[in-house]
Design a protein around this ligand. Structure first.
Ligand code: SF4
Length: 247
């Protein structure tokens, strides 16, 4: 069955009250191994990862390893792989940090953070998405103004086709996310207990205090609030026939 514009909206609206397991199961039945979950091991991501492992463990998981991740994040990845008995794919930038320093100068994250994010996050993600028809991520509407209207299902335009982006956590709140983590003893980044509201690359993340906005502390002192991985593709309203097979 192909999802046209009306069906995508109807299905997305229907998922407003669905469980994470229902949305994930639908994604797997619709797309099989052409769907994957991308995570940076934030709190929402850890909830989704736990539900995937308990309900639909066939769904592949990947992360973008920028080379600038905190050691605590790398340790969390290793802990998660051991706990669930899984392997999480690390997608790497084309340039090592040394090569980037050589080509663009040291500390590019200070001189041109958009270029640094493009090289180390956006391009690797673009490459990975080229293998996929569906991209599951863990954004929530309460994470800030740029995310407040995200639907649960949306099509994004790539060079040659439409990509289904799934936001199963869209309706969740910060409190509900933490309640789940604590109740189900889901591993999380220990930096969250040290005042980090969210955790990205170490040069661009600062502790912001436990009650700060969740995106606070990222690119502190800059107007930048997103690295580009959620903004480099434009949502589209697919014409009839732009399709994802959903059996
Ligand atoms: Fe570079 Fe900072 Fe972007 Fe990481 S978050 S890719 S270090 S600019």
């Amino acid at each position: 069955m192909a999802l046209d514009r009306a069906e995508l909206k109807r299905q997305s609206d229907a998922f407003e009250d669905a469980s994470l397991a229902e949305i994930l199961q639908w994604a797997w039945e619709a797309l099989g191994p052409r769907v994957a979950f991308g995570t940076a091991f934030g709190t929402s991501g850890m909830v989704l990862l736990d539900v995937i492992q308990k309900q639909v463990p066939q769904i592949p998981i990947f992360t973008i390893d920028t080379g600038f991740l905190f050691q605590e994040t790398l340790d969390l990845k290793a802990r998660v792989e051991k706990k669930y008995g899984i392997e999480i794919e690390s997608v790497l930038p084309r340039l090592t940090i040394e090569e980037q320093d050589h080509d663009y100068g040291a500390e590019l994250y200070q001189s041109d953070s958009d270029r640094c994010c493009w090289i180390r996050k956006v391009e690797p993600l673009q490459r990975k998405l080229g293998e996929l028809d569906g991209w599951i991520n863990s954004r929530r509407r309460d994470q800030g103004s740029t995310r407040k209207d995200i639907p649960i299902l949306e099509y994004y335009e790539t060079d040659s086709r439409a990509l289904l982006k799934l936001n199963p956590m869209a309706t969740w709140t910060r409190k509900k996310t933490w309640d789940y983590i604590l109740e189900h003893e889901v591993p999380y980044n220990p930096l969250m207990d040290q005042g980090y509201a969210s955790v990205g690359c170490w040069p661009c993340t600062r502790p912001a205090g436990a009650d700060a906005d969740e995106r606070a502390g990222r690119w502190a002192g800059q107007a930048k609030t997103e690295c580009g991985i959620h903004t480099f593709l434009q949502p589209i309203e697919p014409a009839d026939g732009v399709a994802v097979d959903a059996e």
